[in-house]
Design a binder for this molecule. Structure first.
Ligand code: TRP
Ligand code: ZN
Length: 486
């Protein structure tokens, strides 16, 4: 779903070779009458293979707007060692989408899994797969504005995929299940998807796993039932819009616990196999969820989703992701990281980056949220953390990253987090606490459910403060040196 505040899709005007004059070829717009000549007329053309994000040219697709993903999955984890760390996944994805152009065909993103059948509105469609793309050709073209139901049957072997920087992501197969963490373009490793944060949608999940294992997905748990040694877990995330990179359906030997914090239902899934110190630290962190929720509501406004909770898996690699309504941690949930991931609910999840070059808006804000939490808990103040950053020597490579457009290889570099947070603290010093915290709330309030850009943020900061901040943002976001005068 493309929310109201998102930019209208730039639909390139299509031209017809109209006449050959002495002046050469003349291109003229297709007349309206010719555009009405049936589903296979010249006005129907293929949707593009990407939304035009320069960091990930094949991420997302042109000409479609997904409203809902219903994912029915069946998963078999790897056998015991020394069997390879490979699982088996079979899926039926039922996708409600709207054509936003007159389409002769359209793409979804899917990687490493094999499609066996595609139906569009109940009729078999032809399809091909290549690289990151599933190309679907319906029996008849789809007119701009048409809503269709696309059903994709697919499956295959799962492994441990790597992102463009070599970090694990996507459907990460573990010995007893999977840790599913898609940022930035890893949703396509487990379902056919319009994999870009500019196309948020609602989700439902029905995941069947061997009895004894637990599935933890986004939203609310609505049912579980066991038959013939398989337990099917139903999770409902149909109340909130979600960018596909925030979807999860992690599987493990989890203990589920439910509670309520600040009026929000909380569902935690904690691996029974954590080491004793990690289990203890995780429990202490999760006991702070209510305080953290209240603290961040005080900064950003009401918690934006129907539920919260954490998944803590015993997988070996240390990482954490702000999977929507259900933050995901491996090994342990430490307090600072938990605050960081919860802060992302407002900055990153409710408001998502319009282009991946805007990633500092996610990581800078979440890191600043983490710093404010640390101060709140009596640790170093935000000012002290800013001062420490600014003591980083001017010749440190940290300062060479232009965090406003860091490049795909540097999206999750330390600079994006630390200089991103520093940008926000410097902005606070520049415009004052009142305007800064008004800005934080207004940012989330205005763009909740949508995607927004660095330009949107700069414009809002100027609107709220009434100041010209061009030089400020140039120095902090677009200069490859340590900020000195701003
Ligand atoms: N957004 C995560 C964080 O800082 C980091 C991250 C990016 C990540 N891509 C990932 C974590 C993939 C796990 C998997 O909170
Ligand atoms: Zn983060």
């Amino acid at each position: 779903m493309v929310a109201a505040v998102a930019r209208p899709s730039s639909r390139g005007a299509r031209y017809l070779l109209a006449a050959l004059s002495t002046a050469g070829l003349v291109l003229a717009p297709i007349p309206a009458s010719a555009a009405d000549d049936g589903d296979h007329g010249p006005r129907f053309s293929p949707g593009s293979a990407g939304v035009g994000d320069p960091y990930f040219p094949l991420a997302g697709n042109g000409g479609i707007d997904v409203e809902h993903y219903d994912l029915e999955l069946r998963y078999t984890p790897p056998a015991a060692e020394p069997a390879p760390l490979e699982g088996h996944l079979e899926g039926t994805a039922t996708i409600d989408l709207e054509a936003t152009e007159d389409l002769s065909r359209f793409n979804l993103d899917l990687r490493g899994l094999t499609v066996t059948e595609v139906e569009v509105d109940g009729r078999r469609a032809t399809f091909t797969q290549q690289e990151n793309e599933l190309v679907v050709t319906p029996r008849r073209g789809l007119r701009d504005g048409k809503d269709v139901e696309v059903v994709v049957e697919y499956g295959g072997t799962t492994g441990r995929p790597l992102d463009a920087t070599g970090a694990l992501y996507g459907w990460v197969t573990t010995r007893d299940g999977a840790m599913v963490a898609n940022e930035p373009d890893g949703a396509a490793t487990w379902f056919p998807v319009n994999d870009h944060p500019t196309d948020k949608a609602t989700f439902t999940f029905a995941v069947a796993v061997p009895e004894g294992l637990v599935v933890a997905a986004n939203g609310l748990l609505v049912d579980r039932s066991t038959e013939d040694g398989l337990t099917t877990w139903l999770w409902d995330a149909s109340e909130d819009l979600m960018a596909p990179y925030l979807a999860t359906a992690s599987i493990g030997n989890y203990r589920l616990s439910t509670s309520t914090a600040a009026g929000v239902p909380v569902i935690d899934a904690v691996d029974a196999d954590l080491t004793e110190p990690n289990a203890r630290q995780t429990a202490a962190t999760l006991a702070l969820t209510e305080d953290m929720l209240e603290f961040f509501e005080g900064i950003f406004g009401d918690y934006p989703f129907v539920a919260y909770g954490s998944i803590v898996d015993d997988d070996s690699v240390d990482y954490a992701l702000e999977t929507q309504t259900r933050s995901l941690f491996s090994l342990v949930a430490d307090e600072a990281t938990a605050a960081h991931e919860l802060a992302h609910s407002w900055v990153g999840n409710a408001v998502s980056p319009e282009r991946w070059s805007d990633i500092w808006l996610n990581e800078g804000w979440a890191t600043y949220g983490e710093q404010l939490w640390t101060e709140h808990r009596g640790g170093r103040t935000a000012q002290q953390q800013f001062d420490a950053l600014m003591r980083t020597p001017a010749n440190d490579p940290l300062w060479t990253v232009r965090v406003g457009d860091p490049g795909a290889a540097n999206m999750f570099a330390g600079a994006v987090y630390l200089r991103g947070a520093g940008t926000l603290h410097a902005l606070r010093l520049r415009i004052g606490d009142d305007d800064f915290f008004d800005l934080a709330r207004e940012w989330v309030g205005r763009y909740d459910g949508a995607a927004a850009s660095t330009a949107d943020f700069e414009a809002l900061a100027e609107e709220v403060s009434g100041e010209d901040l061009d030089h400020f943002f140039d120095v902090w976001l677009r200069t490859a040196t340590r900020p000195a005068n701003w």
